[in-house]
Design a protein around this ligand. Structure first.
Ligand code: CP
Length: 327
């Protein structure tokens, strides 16, 4: 695997989930394959889970790991060509990328949408420059339009907790005080559309996601109706995608906050969220603390999804390394 930015990069999804479940049983069994290899994690934005779980995944595979916070201690980077660099950004990303790449074997990048320029965001301008100019395998640690490590962990979690062969999975918008990117719901939809689930998206009118991710999935504007008989509720806020409101907050309606009222019509559904979550905006204390909440095992599976991706990249770099039990 040379890049990981969306579900298609995993190939056969069932096999990827099977590999994840095998790795989870024996996460140190591949410690030899990353020996003398270096993982660089580049963050343009904050992180708790991605930073720790991805670093842990690299260490499980025997790698050296380095973390660079671009906006804290590194030079500010100009990301667009043609700009006269007379402002506050002393380095251009076109020099910074090959320099960073010269110190490592695999690069993870976190670069959120700016929510100002839809075309800049949806062309994935920053991570695509890493893919183009680094010469190294590059994976997304949440880019402008997707968070595929999160969605892969979400799918692994659904596989672990499902009680029926084809569960009903509902992605619900919920209110939030700040404008957030569409990356998490985009990737969740991307994965659920490929998985063997009955997938429904619910949100207020105006919050329609990009069709390249929704891909004809059932959109139900009545949240209570969407929740009926659901096996999994996946809550997330996102800002508007559609023009002319790209990046805007259109609603803060707290009747969409996931509470016991909505959960009562589900099939005793599990509650999921990628975290961090704003309690009593996205979800009530009662629901997130209930036995049906699986947000902690979901976050723990981030280590496993990252380990599958990094392992596959290491196997691409050194195709002769043996799989299976470690030395
Ligand atoms: N879910 C997630 O990516 O968490 P962080 O932003 O803390 O990495």
């Amino acid at each position: 695997m040379k890049t990981y930015t969306n579900v298609k990069d995993l190939g056969n999804l069932q096999e990827a989930v099977k590999e994840a479940i095998e790795i989870k049983k024996n996460r140190f069994g591949y410690k030899h394959i990353g020996e003398n290899k270096t993982l660089l994690m580049v963050f343009f934005n904050s992180s708790l889970r991605t930073r720790l779980s991805t670093q842990k995944a690299g260490m499980n595979l025997g790698m050296n790991t380095m973390v660079l916070d671009i906006n804290s201690g590194a030079w500010k980077l100009e990301t667009e060509r043609g700009v006269i660099m007379d402002g506050d950004k002393p380095e251009h990303i076109l020099e910074a990328i090959p320099v960073m790449a010269s110190y490592c074997d695999i690069i993870g990048v976190r670069a959120f949408a700016n929510l100002e320029d839809k075309s800049f965001d949806y062309q994935e301008t920053i991570i695509n420059q890493f893919i183009k100019h680094s010469g190294k395998p590059v994976f997304s640690m949440e880019a402008a339009t997707g968070h595929p490590l999160q969605a892969f962990a979400d799918l692994i979690t659904i596989e672990e907790y499902k009680k029926t062969a084809r569960p009903k999975v509902v992605l619900t918008w919920a209110p939030h005080p700040k404008a957030l990117p569409q990356a998490v719901p985009n990737s969740f939809a991307d994965f659920m559309n490929e998985a063997d689930v009955d997938f429904v998206i619910t949100h207020p009118k105006g919050y329609e996601l990009a069709e390249e991710f929704v891909r004809g999935a059932h959109v139900e504007y009545d949240q209570m109706k969407a929740f009926e008989s659901a096996d999994f509720i996946y809550a997330k806020n996102w800002s508007a995608y559609q023009d002319p409101n790209y990046g805007k907050i259109l609603s803060t309606d707290r009747s969409w906050t996931v509470s016991e009222r909505q959960m009562a019509v589900t099939n005793n559904a599990h509650f999921m969220h990628c975290l961090p979550v704003r309690r009593n905006m996205i979800v009530t204390d009662e629901v997130i603390e209930s036995p049906q909440s699986i947000v902690i095992p979901e976050a723990a599976n981030r280590e496993i999804s990252a380990q599958v991706v990094i392992k596959r990249m290491l196997e691409t770099i050194s195709p002769t390394i043996s799989n299976g039990e470690g030395e």
